[in-house]
Design a protein around this ligand. Structure first.
Ligand SMILES: C[S@@+](CC[C@H](N)C(=O)[O-])C[C@H]1O[C@@H](n2cnc3c(N)ncnc32)[C@H](O)[C@@H]1O
Length: 266
């Protein structure tokens, strides 16, 4: 039985995940301290002071694990992860491939909805990125009530078809987030089940266009392409709520292709 994880949360939402029994640690933003002295006797809901910071002790879930996660490669944010998951019909028991795995931003969202009956296969070709993603997933596994069967393949996405088929007979969904997704669209779409969906996360319009063409060439029907725009609101200083001052930023274009099965002969 693993020791309990707790989230220490600042007033602005910044979170730190600590595991009871960890002893002396150095945490970026909190400094060096002894975990067991700091949180040994605290309970969920308590407030504690570490250095000059007052922190609320909470039971961590996906939002806290995301805020506290280690990062190396750029991550897919909640607005895009959530949209892809819903539109692609990913849920409990799904068989999903995702890559590049990077820091596991998307994989953490996927794992949180797939339950213990789901199978998640992550692919990453850079060991130093895979290591960061794996660390984040290991923490999440301890934090979530259920976690899918998870495989991390250290391979190239365009060459992993046989390895994937050694784990699942077919895929319900695949999401590609890499510089050149079109290079993997053909081989991955071959192992999608009829009705399965392939999503591409494309920061630039050239990536979107090339992925679109690759999907059509692979026999997928493009179901949805576009971007999800998020505009946050805040409390105005003189009362009321209004759109905040921060700009509406671009993350990526999303493309969702669906495998409709064998083309009908007319
Ligand atoms: C932007 S990051 C992925 C971020 C991840 N989806 C997340 O939400 O945290 C892109 C990753 O794709 C990996 N990558 C690029 N080309 C690849 C390929 N052909 N096969 C496997 N991984 C690849 C890179 O090493 C990098 O870690």
């Amino acid at each position: 039985m693993n020791e309990e994880w707790l989230a220490l949360v600042e007033e602005d939402g910044r979170a730190y995940l600590l595991q009871r029994g960890s002893g002396e640690v150095r945490v970026r933003g909190l400094g060096r301290f002894n975990v067991d002295e700091a949180i040994g006797k605290v309970e969920v809901g308590d407030s504690i002071k570490i250095g000059q910071k007052i922190l609320r002790v909470l039971k961590p879930g996906l939002p806290e694990a995301r805020r506290a996660m280690k990062r190396r490669a750029q991550i897919i944010l909640a607005k895009d992860s959530g949209y892809l998951i819903s539109r692609m019909g990913i849920s409990v028991g799904s068989r999903v491939l995702e890559g590049g795995h990077g820091s596991a931003g998307l994989a953490m969202h996927l794992a949180s909805v797939m339950g213990s009956r789901g199978t998640l296969i992550s692919v990453e070709n850079r060991p130093e990125h895979a290591l960061v993603g794996q660390e984040n997933m290991n923490v999440l596994r301890d934090v979530l009530p259920e976690f899918p069967e998870w495989h991390l393949l250290h391979s190239d996405l365009s060459e992993c078809k046989e390895e994937v088929l050694g784990i699942v007979p077919e895929l319900d969904a695949a999401i590609l987030d890499m510089a050149e997704p079109w290079g993997a669209v053909g081989s991955i779409s071959e192992i999608l089940r009829p009705g399965g969906r392939l999503g591409c996360y494309c920061p630039t319009s050239i990536q979107l266009e090339k992925s679109w063409m690759a999907c059509e060439k692979a026999g997928l029907s493009v179901e949805w392409a576009g971007e999800v725009i998020e505009r946050r609101w805040s409390k105005a200083s003189r009362g009321g709520v209004r759109p905040g001052n921060q700009p509406v930023g671009h993350t990526a274009f999303l493309l969702i292709g669906s495998k409709l099965g064998i083309p009908i002969e007319h």
